[in-house]
Structure formats: structure tokens, C-alpha cells
Design a protein around this ligand. Structure first.
Ligand SMILES: NC(=O)c1ccc[n+]([C@@H]2O[C@H](COP(=O)([O-])OP(=O)(O)OC[C@H]3O[C@@H](n4cnc5c(N)ncnc54)[C@H](OP(=O)(O)O)[C@@H]3O)[C@@H](O)[C@H]2O)c1
Length: 303
């Protein structure tokens, strides 16, 4: 029996299958059309066919909807790309409210996303953050309507607690397919707050956002002395050296080695880094390596 934790290359997301490195468009809105095309082509060239965006991405500069518009431009110029992509977008964040998941707003937001993305359907539509003022009944009403109308294929949640996810699921007569929490070697809450457990219980594809902690878990970073980053980077550095890869690959492998973690959504703007990211799938992590990273994050040994 090999000592390395298994890291499969693909995972299920509802009825779809996608590469376990997903590409996220949060930082993508400022790209030129050519740059945007190069990033999406780089992702697809290495099997990263799960593309994550949101109506809010681009808010401020250049503006609400700008990341979807940019991706829509790429899809319009090359219509063949749409069928190669599992397309995820999100709704419900509206600064300065900050959230609005009333049924009418979710339905309007989906229409806006479809237009900007130059497509006729969203593969997985996520509620971006829980709106504490929207009842689960009305959120479920919107998702049911959008799914019946064929505007979305499947639905899911992001940044929901397990109790919030269960409450929404209880109002739906179809299964949610995605839970998208922040999850990285320095943000390990999903391992202990019930998120990874519920994903396995309900069969949700877990999409880890900011798996490199937004750029804090990459080669060249050291972290403030005594910080969680410094401790985790030291352990990841050893794993990276043993495997002949970068710290970013070791950090992605750590996320993907967990049995509930279906996808790691990377956000680099460099096509070379996008292509290189799949080296994470070949990292050999032992059980001891995995727990050593978690112990570094906790700042103490496992009990
Ligand atoms: N659901 C939510 O609420 C939520 C929230 C946040 C994000 N997300 C999703 O998660 C995606 C990823 O988030 P993220 O962008 O924070 O992810 P990330 O991959 O953890 O961080 C990306 C950042 O790391 C830097 N980086 C990556 N590799 C590097 C390397 N080898 N050396 C130096 N810098 C490196 C990138 O800079 P370069 O561009 O210079 O490489 C970029 O600034 C987003 O696009 C979005 O789709 C979802």
C-alpha cells in the first residue's frame, strides 16, 4: 500500500465532472480581452474546466458584473468554449446593502448574469453569502423557478454554515450540489465547523476558495515571525522541496488531499501559473505530512 494520500484528477459536481483545479474570476475583471482569453485557454489546456465567477466580481473598479462581462466576451468570441466549461456564478451580494436574496432579486440577478456571460444557462448557480433577512422559503422559490425555467442547471451555496445549508435544502425538492467555503492550510475552519462533514453527508461538491490564502501561501513568502502563515509555510516548504514543486503546489495538494475537498479554485492572473498549477495533483503527501500542516495551522499537536 502506497503511503501517499490519493489525489484524483477529476471530481463530480452534480451531474458534471471537472478537473480538481478550478479557475476563479474574482481578480479577472481588469484583463484585456486577449488576456482574458489567454487565461481561460490556459485553464482549459490543463483540464481546469470548472470556471467560477460571480455577479459582484469587478465591483468598484471597473464595476459590478465586469468579470462576468469579460468572461462573456471570451465565450462570445469562441462559442465552442462554452460546452467545454462547467460554469459557476453567484448572486446576492449588493453593496452597500450588503446582501439581497429576495426571490425577485435572485431571479433578476440570474438574468443579468446570463446576458453578461453570453450564455443561455448557468451550470451551477450559487447564493454568494447568506442574506439573514431572506427566508429560506423565498430563496428556495427563486432557485426552483430558475431551475424549472432551464436558466440554471443546478444550485449551491457559498459561505453558508452547515445549519444554513440544511435549512435551505429542507425547502427544496432537488439536491443542492455545491458548498463553497474559504478553505486553505491557514483557514481550516471547514474541517471543524461541520462544513466538510455536511458536504460528505449530502454529496455536495466542496469548492475551496482562496486555497493559497490569496497569495500568502506561495514560494517567496515567509509570513510574520510567529504567525500561522510562518508556521504553515515552513512545513509546506519541506513538502515542496521533497516533491520538487513550489509551495503553492504543496498548499493546493494539502487542500485536495482531504476526502471532502472536490475542487481548489485558484485565482492567479498568470497563464503560466494557471498551467503550472496542475503539478499539485502529482504531489505525494503522506498522512504525517498532512497532519503536520494542520498541526502547524493549529499551533499545537493533534490531541
Ligand atoms: N465565494 C466567495 O465568497 C469567494 C471569495 C473569494 C474568492 N472566491 C473564488 O476563489 C477564487 C480564488 O481566490 P483567490 O484569487 O484569493 O485565490 P488564491 O489562488 O488563493 O490567490 C491568488 C493570489 O495568489 C497569487 N499567487 C498565486 N500563485 C502565486 C505564486 N506562485 N507566486 C506569487 N503569487 C502567487 C496571485 O497573484 P498572481 O496573479 O500575480 O499570480 C493572486 O494574487 C476567486 O477567483 C473566486 O472565484 C470566492
Amino acid at each position: 500500500m502506497t503511503n501517499a494520500l490519493p489525489i484524483a484528477r477529476d471530481a463530480r459536481i452534480g451531474p458534471f465532472t471537472a478537473g480538481r483545479i478550478a479557475y476563479g474570476c474574482w481578480r479577472f475583471a481588469g484583463s484585456t480581452p486577449d488576456e482574458a482569453t489567454a487565461k481561460i485557454e490556459a485553464a482549459l489546456s490543463v483540464g481546469a474546466n470548472l470556471i467560477d465567477t460571480a455577479a459582484i466580481y469587478g465591483f468598484g473598479d471597473p464595476g459590478f458584473g465586469a468579470a462576468e462581462e469579460k468572461l462573456g466576451g471570451v465565450l462570445k468570441a469562441q462559442p465552442g468554449l462554452r460546452d467545454q466549461i462547467v460554469l459557476v456564478t453567484k448572486a446576492g451580494i449588493h453593496p452597500p446593502l450588503p446582501y439581497d436574496s429576495r426571490a425577485e432579486n435572485l431571479i433578476d440577478s440570474c438574468s443579468g448574469s446570463l446576458k453578461r456571460l453570453e450564455t443561455d444557462r448557468i451550470d451551477v448557480f450559487l447564493i454568494h453569502r447568506p442574506d439573514l433577512l431572506a427566508s429560506y422559503d423565498e430563496v428556495a422559490e427563486a432557485l426552483t423557478h430558475l431551475r424549472a425555467a432551464g436558466k440554471i442547471r443546478e444550485a449551491g451555496v457559498s459561505n453558508f454554515t452547515p445549519a444554513q445549508t440544511r435549512a435551505l435544502q429542507s425547502k427544496l425538492d432537488f439536491p443542492l450540489v455545491v458548498s463553497q467555503p474559504e478553505f486553505s492550510a491557514v483557514h481550516t475552519d471547514p474541517l471543524t465547523d461541520g462544513t466538510t462533514d455536511l458536504a460528505q453527508e449530502l454529496g455536495l461538491a466542496l469548492m475551496a476558495w482562496s486555497p493559497l490564502a490569496g497569495g500568502r501561501l506561495v514560494s517567496g513568502q515567509r509570513g510574520e515571525p510567529g504567525s500561522v502563515e510562518a508556521r504553515v509555510l515552513a512545513v509546506l516548504d519541506e513538502i515542496a522541496s521533497e516533491n520538487g514543486v513550489g509551495i503553492d503546489h504543496a498548499a493546493l495538494a494539502w487542500v485536495l488531499a482531504h476526502p471532502a475537498a472536490s475542487f481548489a479554485i485558484i485565482g492567479t492572473q498568470s497563464p503560466d501559473r494557471i498551467r503550472d498549477s496542475v503539478r499539485a495533483l502529482d504531489v505525494k503527501l503522506s498522512r504525517r505530512d498532512w497532519y503536520a500542516v494542520l498541526e502547524a495551522a493549529r499551533g499545537e499537536p493533534m490531541p
